[in-house]
Design a protein around this ligand. Structure first.
Ligand code: DGL
Length: 259
């Protein structure tokens, strides 16, 4: 029986936990290291050159330390910018997280789809190229939020944001045109599934919220299919680049994820 693989899951903060929980469910036998570069949060505010340098540096150190068999970049803001360079720089396989535009457009009946992400992600050429290639007759609206990732952090580890604040951030996602309405919204930031119930409460009409995490987990599991171990998995590890201490609400949240 081969040794259990090590999977490094990386994000700017707690958002990547939405991907981590799916990958963990798909590969319960693996050893997991979750790395939050919270000293650099929010990535959505960083200039492109700065973000590439930061992600390369932080991941380089983590790869040297943990020697993962797979790295999951559980962050759209980083993946849409740095994935190609990370693959060139490091030999370990990477699974990225990029806006799920293709499945969203394929399943939309009204052909009005919204991509909700950080301002950086929705502005990237990578995202625009996905729309050019996969919109398949859909009208795709891009909504960049400067605040939602911070709200998601607060929801898990601080004072939860007000309903009115959430409603204001998602209002632009809902488009009515020629008797049609947006019916599918792509969650193009891994922090946003943490706010899903709040989004549903504040939506002016019901839509499908598309979370790519299950698809990412399938891809990660597929890449490691030869490395199935019969051993019980060790408890997952978590590290914050800020070195922050775990205050009670954060510790309780992390305990729910098995840390
Ligand atoms: N979780 C991240 C993403 O998927 C980014 C949040 C941020 O740091 O701005 O885009």
């Amino acid at each position: 029986m081969p040794e259990a693989p090590t999977i490094l899951v990386f994000d700017s903060g707690l958002g990547g936990l939405t991907v981590f929980r799916e990958v963990k469910a798909a590969r319960a036998d693996a050893r997991f290291v979750y790395l939050a570069d919270d000293a650099g949060f929010p990535y959505g505010d960083l200039a492109e050159e700065e973000l590439i340098a930061r992600v390369t540096d932080v991941l380089g150190q983590a790869i040297a330390e943990h020697k993962p068999d797979l790295v999951v970049v559980a962050c759209n803001t980083a993946s849409t910018l740095a994935l190609a360079q990370l693959r060139t720089r490091f030999s370990v396989p990477f699974v990225g997280t990029v806006p799920a535009i293709k499945p969203a457009c394929a399943q939309s009946a009204s052909k009005l789809v919204t991509v909700l992400g950080t301002q950086a992600t929705v502005g990237r050429e990578y995202t625009r190229a996905l729309i050019r290639e996969f919109a398949s007759g859909c009208e795709v609206h891009l909504v960049g939020s400067p605040r939602l990732a911070g709200y998601a952090e607060a929801e898990l580890a601080g004072p939860p944001p007000a309903e009115s604040a959430i409603a204001a951030e998602i209002a632009g996602c809902f488009v009515e045109k020629d008797g049609r309405r947006t019916d599918t919204i792509v969650l193009a930031c891994t922090h946003y599934p943490l706010l899903l119930e709040r989004f549903r409460t504040n939506a002016p009409w019901p839509v499908t919220w598309l979370d790519p995490a299950p698809a990412i987990a399938r891809r990660a599991a597929d890449l490691l299919r030869e490395r199935r171990s019969g051993d019980p998995s060790p408890p997952p590890q978590i590290a914050f680049t800020s070195g922050r201490a775990l205050w009670p609400k954060l510790a309780a949240t992390l305990a729910q994820y098995g840390f």
